[in-house]
Design a protein around this ligand. Structure first.
Ligand code: S3P
Length: 428
């Protein structure tokens, strides 16, 4: 656990950042490259700890994966030829790896044990296991599969029709990945649309998937063809600098290569509604995953209400949005976001407790938080709870506080943004 003292206080933030690869898409590139027979190449891969955990798991299944900087070459004999792992599949801090692997292994001919770190040990797995068991999966685990460690024995699966009880791309993707090997057509209904990277990547790998008005249909047994995946920059990482640029007194930050998939751009909607001074130049609207450049400048902000179907489109950005709201004129209300309680840590408690230490006027609610704006923040000693996004929220706050900010453990930031501190130096 590395403690750091940050004394970045800098009212003027200027410069350019090329945002590192998207975490969700990087995971899926390794998974799809391992499913497809042949050689899949990936560029712009995120070298974050979570994505390295995914690589490690597939290597244990016998898939050949070579990393050269942010380029990856995956050589697979196809999912029917994965080897039974000799060791536990260790998923580290990664919920996406744990839940999507369950979907993939459910219809395989493999027995495997999945386990992760202490945070993974607290995250709900029943939400994935319930639909997978309905498809015929054999999964056992602590508290009847509510928590890791989990054991899975692949079996013949059948298609299901499933109404999503929560907006979760991890649950949706686990079912979709299981449906690859299921007999029949799997149908999933989503009330609020969660990120759709799995659906897009299925198409990119040559599969036929139908998505219409929140209903997804996928016919099992289709061949998935190896291809090239270009991973765009992660808008969830860009979000930290979007907020820094909007809050600082004299700033202009240019963020390049930002993924602009509509299911992820809730942060842009929020910044626009709060009155941010921002330009977006779309580079590549028709790509499998669209990208663009965002220029953010010092902004006069107003408080807003964030709720409903916007929440899944910015769920990972709520910690940094809460920091943003401390500067806005008036009140910001975040609701319908109870999912925050089951992220890497309980992010409602963590955000509220740590922002209070910085001098914010903020209160927790059952499904979100209320932030009263126009607070001048001060230095403080913060806890990260081992959660990368709480750590980065604290580090960005240090750009704006009088006095230094101490983080008890900054190592966790490498989960999604290993070059975060280098990128901060590009703008101060
Ligand atoms: C992710 C989905 C989201 C998100 C997580 C990554 C994914 O989680 O919070 O960081 O890659 O599918 P949920 O599916 O639990 O909402």
């Amino acid at each position: 656990m590395a403690e750091v003292k940050l004394n970045f206080h800098k009212p003027s933030l200027r410069g350019e950042i090329t945002v590192p690869g998207d975490k969700s898409i990087s995971h899926r590139s390794i998974m799809f490259g391992s499913i497809a027979e042949g050689c899949t190449t990936v560029s712009g891969f995120l070298l974050g700890d979570d994505c390295l955990s995914t690589i490690d798991c597939f290597r244990k299944l016998g898939v050949k994966i070579e990393l050269n900087g942010t380029d990856v070459v995956i050589n697979s004999k196809g999912m029917n030829n994965w080897q039974e792992p000799l060791d536990i599949l260790y998923t580290g801090n990664s919920g996406t790896t744990t839940r999507l692997m369950l979907g993939l292994l459910a219809g395989s001919n493999i027995h495997a044990i999945l386990n992760g770190d202490a945070s993974i040990g607290k995250r709900p797995m029943k939400r994935v296991i319930t639909p997978l068991r309905e498809m015929g999966a054999h999964i056992t685990g602590r508290m009847d599969g509510q928590y890791t460690p989990l054991a899975i024995k692949g079996s013949q699966l059948k298609a299901i029709e499933y109404e999503m009880p929560v907006a979760s791309a991890q649950v949706k993707s686990a079912i979709l990945l299981a449906s690859l090997q299921a007999e029949g057509t799997t149908i999933i209904h989503e009330k609020d649309i969660s990120r759709d990277h799995t659906e897009r990547m299925l198409r990119q790998f040559g599969a036929d998937i139908n998505v219409e008005n929140g209903t997804i249909s996928y016919k099992g047994g289709q061949k998935i063809h190896a291809t090239h995946v270009n991973v765009p920059g992660d808008i969830s990482s860009a979000a930290f600098f979007l907020v820094a640029g909007a809050m600082a007194e004299d700033s202009e930050i240019i963020l390049r290569n930002v993924g602009l998939n509509h299911t992820r751009t809730g942060i842009i909607d929020v910044l626009q509604e709060m009155g941010a001074n921002m330009d977006i130049i779309v580079d590549n609207e028709d790509a499998a995953e669209p990208t663009g450049t965002i220029i953010i400048r010092t902004s006069e902000l107003v408080g807003i209400t964030i709720d409903g179907d916007l929440i899944p489109r910015l769920i990972d950005e709520i910690p940094i949005i809460a920091l943003l709201a401390t500067k806005a004129k008036g009140k910001t209300v975040i609701r319908d976001a109870a999912e925050l309680k089951v992220k890497e840590t309980d992010r409602i408690t963590a955000v509220v407790e740590e922002l209070k230490k910085l001098g914010a006027t903020i209160e927790a609610t059952d499904d979100g938080m209320i932030i009263h704006g126009e607070n001048q923040l001060r230095g403080a000693s913060l806890k990260t709870y081992g959660d990368h996004r709480i750590g980065m929220m604290g580090a960005i706050a240090s750009l704006l506080t009088d006095g230094s900010v101490k983080l008890d453990d900054a190592d966790c930031i490498a989960v999604s943004y290993p070059t975060f501190f280098e990128d901060i130096k590009n703008i101060i």
